[in-house]
Ligand binder design. Structure first.
Ligand code: PGA
Length: 255
């Protein structure tokens, strides 16, 4: 049985004091939501402070990116061992901003994915089409291609541990959300692909988050879809009220 998973991607927002303050608000206000896994992914320079503030709380820590090598001459990069050292559990990989702004390819994502799994961290692998691709009727082909190449070489066991996030690029930070039916169609298709590439039971076990302008007022409808198992939240994760409202929406839905 899949468990709802709501993660906040803070991107390059907040400073140390506001990060720690947000975490304290989240911890104070988080009600009994044992049916939902919750994580926050602050900028890497604040992983230590946020991790320390989260100690003893059910909220998990995640990073927004990582380098695939174990160590070495990679100025400005951080390794999986460093994330483990800081108490991280999750790592976002292949976010569309990493792909579009920093040129990350499916091959890069795949190399990082293998490193992350080897290090015992849980990856959140992002896929999603641009508006142009959707309008050209290429959504299925693009998302299937990203999944196939990004997830290449995983064992069934590794795949079952990997979280996916379907994030249509045109819905990220734009206030435009995919309709629940549009999102569900892609989520169901990803699961179908996983069933043929891996196995039916793996496909059934994989948590697939939706991301792209998820807010308190659209969360319930999106999370109510059978193949949507959570949300990767950007803008609405920067305020405790809006983030917790999404967590509460998930807690109200029976999987
Ligand atoms: P958004 O971002 O919620 O601000 O659209 C989502 C994401 O980029 O993961």
């Amino acid at each position: 049985m899949r468990k709802f998973f709501i993660a906040g991607n803070w991107k390059m927002n907040l400073l140390r004091d506001s990060s720690v303050a947000l975490v304290h608000q989240l911890m104070d206000q988080l009600q009994n939501t044992s049916s939902v896994d919750v994580a926050v992914c602050p900028p890497s320079v604040y992983l230590h402070d946020v991790g320390a503030a989260l100690r003893g709380s059910p909220i998990q820590l995640g990073a927004q990116n990582v380098h695939h090598a174990t160590e070495g001459a990679y100025t400005g990069e951080i390794s999986c061992a460093m994330l483990n050292d800081l108490g991280c559990r999750y790592v976002i990989l292949g976010h569309s901003e990493r792909r579009a702004i920093f040129g990350e390819t499916d091959v890069d994502v795949n190399v990082k994915l293998h490193a992350v799994l080897k290090a015992g961290l849980t990856p959140i692998v992002c896929v999603g089409e641009t508006l142009q691709q959707r309008e050209a009727g290429e959504t299925q082909q693009v998302v299937r291609g990203q999944c196939t190449h990004s997830l290449s070489g995983l064992t069934n066991e590794q795949m079952a541990k990997t979280v996916l996030a379907y994030e249509p690029v045109w819905a990220i930070g734009t206030g435009k959300t995919a309709t629940p039916a549009q999102a569900e169609e892609v989520h169901a298709d990803i699961r179908k692909l996983l069933a043929t590439t891996f196995s039916g039971s793996v496909a059934n076990a994989v948590v697939i988050q939706y991301g792209g302008s998820v807010k308190a007022d659209n969360a319930m409808e999106l999370l109510g879809q059978p193949n949507i198992d959570g949300a990767l939240v950007g803008g609405a994760s920067l305020k405790s009220d809006s983030f917790l409202a999404i967590v509460q929406a998930a807690a109200k839905i029976k999987k």
